[in-house]
Design a protein around this ligand. Sequence first.
Ligand code: SF4
Ligand code: F3S
Length: 112
Amino acid sequence: MTFVVTDNCIRCKYMDCVEVCPVDCFYEDENMLVIHPDECIDCGVCVPECPAEAIFPDTDKAATDDWLALNHKYAQIWPNITQKRDPPTDADEMNGIKEKLSQFSEKPGIGD
Ligand code: SF4
Ligand code: F3S
């Protein structure tokens, strides 16, 4: 089992999640984060920290769907992030927007 970052993280990217993860298994692109499934220890402490409610256990198939594969793929490509920075200035406006996958970017973030 692992926890999975899903679509509402896109362009919200609040980064509260990275501050609490005990194994530092978050990785970032320019507008979202993913969790490395092989590093996550399933503690669940990141879930209530996310203002966008974007993190779900992979046992929730309806919520995680194709996102597990995406998390696995990009966690091996993007840089690790362990410290919160300022979120995007329009993060609150983007929170809850439907079908954000069209705004997904492969461009890596800057990492720590
Ligand atoms: Fe990190 Fe725990 Fe969240 Fe996994 S469930 S990403 S180990 S805080
Ligand atoms: Fe994304 Fe939520 Fe973390 S919006 S960056 S999963 S706090």
